[in-house]
Design a binder for this molecule. Structure first.
Ligand code: C2E
Ligand code: MG
Ligand code: MG
Ligand code: MG
Length: 288
């Protein structure tokens, strides 16, 4: 199609832009409907101690089961929601649902919730979090808010203010996807962060790429120096885990430890408090 229309490339471009815009508008409308029709739900991915497999908490991840399109990935619909105020409604739904579901767990594990730029620069975020914690009866110490560097730098002074007020409630602030945004090093000093999540892209490259390994090592030293806990994201293989153990990491999240699961499947993980299969694998890893 591109080749055929190459002579009229300008018109082709216009058409594509129009298609894209229409597509986005459709997704946005469908997403509003999804909120009303219960098409959205959360899945929870465990975070664990890498030495023992002990589960410390879960990250809530948004899922959308569209009646026609099937599963729509968050990487597709969240950016669209972020272009309108819809992300505020969506973000509130996620916060409320995650806190309510976590409050029902039989152990007081932490619940990490992703918060987008638009939510972070919204005046009302701290009040919203406070009222949701009160409504759901979740202890603030159990809630963790994940923010990205991109969100922080979009309006740094506002973001800093919001985070300070959220943190004052007793909520933990974690920096997500660390290393992929801008000016990482000054951000860890300038924002009231409690925890760093090192991005999956570095973890998956530790064996193929010396630079990635050096960065992972340096981030761990940096966090140690600053007294900030650090968790490795997207750990998929025993080799990656072995590397992390050797580098002194204590916490991880990733498919090796467990894929995200729906709320209904979370019971055993919370109850036993240890990830059965990977923890057995982990023991082998540490003995190797
Ligand atoms: P994130 O916050 O960095 O979440 C981690 C993503 O990596 C999740 O993708 C998770 O399923 C995936 N993941 C975890 N372990 C592994 C692994 O070992 N290997 C690989 N290849 N992937 C792994 P997901 O659920 O598709 O979410 C993508 C992004 O969408 C999230 O990245 C987050 O930025 C955003 N997102 C998801 N849910 C929400 C939400 O409720 N609110 C907001 N604002 N953003 C959300
Ligand atoms: Mg996250
Ligand atoms: Mg991340
Ligand atoms: Mg990410």
């Amino acid at each position: 199609r591109v080749k055929e229309e190459s002579s009229g490339s300008c018109r082709f471009f216009d058409t594509t832009m129009g298609d894209k815009l229409r597509e986005r508008r459709t997704i946005e409308q469908d997403l509003r409907q999804a909120l009303q029709d219960d098409q959205l739900y959360l899945v929870y991915q465990p975070q664990a101690k890498i030495g023992t497999g002990e589960v410390t908490g879960f990250e809530a991840l948004l899922r959308w089961k569209h009646p026609v399109r099937g599963d729509v990935p968050p990487g597709l619909f969240i950016p669209i929601a972020e272009e309108s105020n819809l992300i505020l409604t969506l973000g509130e739904w996620v916060l409320r649902t995650a806190c309510r579901e976590a409050a029902s767990w039989t152990r007081p594990l932490t619940i990490a919730v992703n918060v987008s730029t638009r939510q972070l620069i919204d005046e009302g975020l701290a009040e919203l979090v406070q009222s949701i914690l009160a409504d759901t009866n979740l202890s603030p110490q159990r809630l963790e808010i994940e923010v990205t560097e991109t969100a922080l730098i979009s309006d740094p002074s506002r973001a800093r203010q919001t985070l300070k007020r959220v943190k004052a409630l007793g909520v933990t602030i974690a920096m997500d996807d660390f290393g992929t945004g801008y000016s990482s090093l000054s951000n860890v000093r300038e924002f009231p962060l409690d925890k760093i999540k090192i991005d999956r892209s570095f973890i998956k490259a530790v064996h193929a790429n010396k630079q990635a390994a050096a960065i992972v090592r340096a981030v761990r030293l940096l966090c140690d120096g600053l007294g900030l806990p650090v968790i490795a994201e997207g750990v998929e293989t025993a080799d990656e885990l072995r590397f992390l153990i050797n580098e002194g990491f204590t916490d991880a999240q990733g498919y090796l430890l467990g894929a995200p699961v729906p709320a209904s499947d979370i019971g055993p993980l919370v109850f036993e408090n240890v990830i059965p299969l990977p923890s057995a694998r982990l023991r082998i890893v540490s003995e190797a």
